[in-house]
Design a protein around this ligand. Sequence first.
Ligand code: CTP
Ligand code: MG
Length: 249
Amino acid sequence: MSDESRPSPPEPRTAAVIPAAGRGVRLGPGAPKALRALNGTPMLVHAVRAMAASRAVSLVVVVAPPDGAAEVRTLLDAHPLPERTDFLVVPGGESRQESVKCGLDALPDGVDIVLVHDAARPLVPVDTVDAVIEAVRDGAPAVVPALPLSDTVKQVDPRADGSPEPVVATPERSLLRAVQTPQGFDRDTLVRAHTAVTDDVTDDASMVERLGTPVVVVPGHEEAFKVTRPLDLVLAEAVLARRRLNDGF
Ligand code: CTP
Ligand code: MG
C-alpha cells in the first residue's frame, strides 16, 4: 500500500466527565449548585456547552445529583448540543472523587483521553479546553490549567475553638499556581489513579501525582473561575453580559 492510500491512524477519542452532583453548600440555600441559573440558563448547561464547544470532545458524561439524573437528562434534552457530541447522564456519589469515579465507570471503550471538568466552572473558554487536550495528545499523561496567585498564601495551624490561628509558614508566591479544570488525562492513568488512591483529595491531578506520574501545567484562564460563593454568581453573570455585548459588535 502506498503512503497516500494508507488510512491515517484514528484521532484519539476524547470524552469529558462533568461532576455536577454537589449541593453547593457555600452558595447558600437553594437548588443544587449545578442547576442554578446564570442569565436564565442552568450552570450545568453552560458547562456542558463549554466542553462541547471543543471539536475534539465527542462525548460528555454528566454526573448528576444521586436523585436528580432524570431531571438532568430532561434538561439536556431541552438544550441540544452540536451534532458531533453525545451525552450520558449517571448518578453521582457522596464526594467529588466518588462522583468522578461514577463518570469514569460509564465511559465506553474507545475513549483514550478524559477531561474532568467541574460543573461549577461554567464559563471556561474553548481555547483553554483545547490547550489541555493538545498537551495530552502531545504525550503528557496529566495536564492541569492553572494561574499565578494574586493573594499571598499563609499556612496556618487551624484552631477548632475559634481562637486566632497561628501562621506556620508563607510559601513563596511565585512558585504557587491556582489550579482549574478541565484537567486532562490519558484514560488509563486516570483510571489507575482512581483505583489506587482513596485519600480525600480536591482534584484529580493530585491522585495522579500520588502514583508518581508527572503532571504538567498549561495556562488557565480567569473566566474558568469556580462558582463557589454568592459573589461568584454576580461575576459569572457579568462575564456573560460582557460576552453578549462583545458578540453584538
Ligand atoms: N461534586 C460532585 N459530587 C459531590 C460533590 C461535588 O459531583 N459529591 C462536584 C460539584 O457539583 C462541582 C465540583 O464537584 O461541580 C466541584 O465541587 P465544589 O465547587 O466544591 O461544589 P459543591 O461540592 O457542590 O459545593 P460546596 O462544597 O460548597 O457544597
Ligand atoms: Mg464541595
